[in-house]
Design a binder for this molecule. Sequence first.
Ligand SMILES: Cc1cc2nc3c(=O)[nH]c(=O)nc-3n(C[C@H](O)[C@H](O)[C@H](O)COP(=O)(O)OP(=O)(O)OC[C@H]3O[C@@H](n4cnc5c(N)ncnc54)[C@H](O)[C@@H]3O)c2cc1C
Length: 457
Amino acid sequence: MTTSQPSGLQILIVGAGFAGLSAAIECARTGHKVTLFDKVSSIDEITRYGDIVSFDPNGSRAFQKWVFPDTSSVAERMEEISRQTDWLDLFHYQGEFVTRQSFVEETKWGRRINGHRGGLHRLVYEFVKTRREEVEVRWGVRVVKYFEESDGAENEGPQVGVVIKGPDGKMEKVMGDAVLAAEGVRSRGRKLVLGLEEDEQPKSSGYAVYRAWFPSEPVIAKNPITKHLVEKGDQHEGYIGPDIHFLVSSIKGGSEINWVFTHIDDGNIEESWQFPGRPEEALAYLEGWCPVVRELVKATPPGRLIDYKLVYREPLPKFVSPKGRIALIGDAAHPFLPTSIQGASQSIEDGTVVAACFKRVEMSKEQVVPTALKAYEKLRYEIVHKAQAMGLKTRERWHKADWDGPEGVWKVPEKLWLLREEWLLGFDAEGDTYKRWPAIVKELQRKDDSHRPRGKL
Ligand SMILES: Cc1cc2nc3c(=O)[nH]c(=O)nc-3n(C[C@H](O)[C@H](O)[C@H](O)COP(=O)(O)OP(=O)(O)OC[C@H]3O[C@@H](n4cnc5c(N)ncnc54)[C@H](O)[C@@H]3O)c2cc1C
């Protein structure tokens, strides 16, 4: 991986999720120094939770560029621990096979990576560690305040930074040139960016997801109803019923199994990756469903079931703070529904684009940050919201499927296929930034003539 000359910029990043880590790597790659804070005490605490996470070719593109000293890329290492399927078999909820959607054609856009979030996340972090000279990671540090204040000094930009509470409880003010707020759906940075007294709470989307991941031996592998899922290597199946879809994956040669299904949210659960679910309650949503699905739920070991509330936020009006030094990235800017299969990929793209923008601006230190961050917002705003909308479309396709009509699913099974479109999956976020840069710079110039950015093209 190439690294540009040191830029002299110090970037503060809040949150070591996929958005924060990818921004750190890409910023290091473009010559900036990065300090990254996460409130949890270590990477182990991040990787302990969660189950399946998916990267489509547009998201995995960055992993290909990140090459370890032994010349293996993050993408190659991820593939080794990911699901080895290039199809999705779709069934009616009572068990009848409907259609197979193949993803073979998509290799022209890149890799699809579906695996355990913890394992994939750890690989990205391992790669961050190879950039120790540029990226300092501070664990156990909670950011309690963001600031962007004018100190009154002439010709100096506003002071920007964060107030942190360290593991010893001590408060510290840390200054930088720019702050990237990558702290997920409950972002504090959002308050400052949007100029709110109090941040609005995320709303319930009306749905929640039961999620489980566990070894397939002995129960799944020995049960004649479920053993087909694991005895011939990895499988990927979806069961579609009224207002519910149930997806099951077997991974690591069939030795591990993961299932997820949506259910109407009755408001009793929290938005947390640690909220336990009860298999008997999950089963109550699946009355009349086929034995494969019911046996999978019954086989879930105690403590392996999570009930995750799907929250929703209206699209934010902007991603960048009033003085242009703080930007929201990843879920902090745009939480995704799982049916979009794009949340993690879009967070990687955000990190790539923000760093590419820093690379393209050539001007005084005071101007580079606001120009780069406003350009980032312009480049990302439309596409992330379009991708978000795809999640809703897929959910409608599945949950409200017309099965028996003249144009219904039994006649046109492809109606159940996931929407897989080139504008999204074939998207090269870094290339797009460079391509659109001159036009974006012009537009920003028109809006704020005093910044006068010059592209490096
Ligand atoms: C524990 C956990 C488990 C998950 N499991 C899955 C899964 O199984 N499947 C899936 O598709 N998606 C999962 N996700 C969500 C998924 O990772 C994100 O939707 C997507 O990758 C975008 O990531 P992000 O970096 O924007 O946010 P996140 O992944 O939410 O990362 C945000 C990070 O910011 C840190 N943070 C938050 N507030 C502060 C603060 N004030 N100061 C310092 N640090 C802060 C958090 O500790 C966290 O590490 C999970 C998220 C979490 C946090």
